[in-house]
Design a protein around this ligand. Structure first.
Ligand SMILES: Cc1cc2nc3c(=O)[nH]c(=O)nc-3n(C[C@H](O)[C@H](O)[C@H](O)COP(=O)(O)OP(=O)(O)OC[C@H]3O[C@@H](n4cnc5c(N)ncnc54)[C@H](O)[C@@H]3O)c2cc1C
Length: 242
């Protein structure tokens, strides 16, 4: 069955903006920690967080973390997202869980080729499912031992599900790289969904987040997509919708 990627924020540090502000204030204040905690609720955290961002004082942002449930995405996406090392991942196993009915992602560019191309792609997926089941049977049982080798004939398109946790600092970095038009379409789509989710609960922390072109010249140089205005408009629309 065909699936589409979805990222949902399922847990996050309580009062993420207060937590970041508290950690930062500790650096600059002679007050005791209890006193700081007492005072923190009354302060304008948004303004303070904005100053921290402008000063590049990013370590306090590591104290707020965000956990996402991501599903309907391909193993190709998995290979990319797990390159982000300052993150925690729990991924559905292809050893413990049989892919005997695997779902798959269809690239929009293939769908755009028309119904014949999409049907051809689907039949290729079905063929791989046949091969997978053949190997499961040939390898002797339908458990972990056969799954771990039968999976070698599965495609990158095969769906996976994961729980991902990143702190706010890493998320800012992730959004810079993966919301960029130079990032591959699937991880870019998930990154924009994740940005939309965190903006709802920590708008000040992520006020400047998104691809590099939002904050200055495109970091991609000659490889720039040249669509900074379009990207800025999309980002502004997202800000307005939360
Ligand atoms: C458009 C695009 C194309 C890409 N193409 C390729 C490709 O062709 N081939 C390929 O292999 N990868 C490719 N990548 C992946 C890329 O090289 C990174 O592995 C990935 O984006 C993770 O980013 P990162 O290493 O900055 O960040 P993270 O792992 O998220 O780490 C965050 C930051 O922590 C610091 N850090 C983390 N670990 C270390 C460390 N060990 N030493 C020093 N500092 C560290 C760095 O400052 C790093 O930027 C591509 C990424 C993008 C966005």
């Amino acid at each position: 069955m065909q699936v589409k990627g979805k990222a949902e924020l399922i847990r996050y540090t309580a009062d993420p903006e207060q937590t970041v502000a508290l950690a930062a204030k500790l650096c600059y204040s002679g007050d005791g920690i209890d006193e700081l905690i007492e005072k923190i609720g009354d302060k304008d955290n948004a303004k303070f967080i904005n100053i921290l961002t402008k000063m590049n004082h990013f370590s306090p942002f590591e104290h707020a973390s965000f956990t996402f449930a991501i599903e309907g995405v391909s193993r190709a996406l998995l290979a990319q997202i797990t390159r982000h090392r300052i993150a925690s991942f729990s991924v559905r196993s292809q050893r413990y869980v049989s892919e005997g009915e695997f779902n798959y992602v269809v690239p929009p560019a293939i769908e755009a080729l028309g119904a014949d191309a999409a049907a051809k792609y689907r039949s290729q997926m079905e063929q791989m499912l046949v091969w997978y089941r053949e190997w499961q049977t040939a390898l002797g049982d339908s458990g972990e031992k056969s799954n771990e080798d039968a999976r070698f004939v599965l495609p990158n398109a095969c769906e996976t599900k994961m729980i991902v946790t990143m702190n706010a600092r890493e998320l800012m970095h992730f959004f810079e790289l993966r919301c960029c038009n130079r990032a591959q379409w699937e991880i870019r789509g998930i990154a924009w969904q994740m940005l939309s989710e965190v903006l709802k609960v920590a708008p000040s922390i992520f006020a400047e987040s998104g691809p590099g072109c939002l904050r200055g010249a495109c970091p991609e140089g000659k490889k720039s997509c040249g669509k900074a205005a379009e990207v800025k408009a999309r980002r502004a629309e997202l800000q307005g919708s939360v």
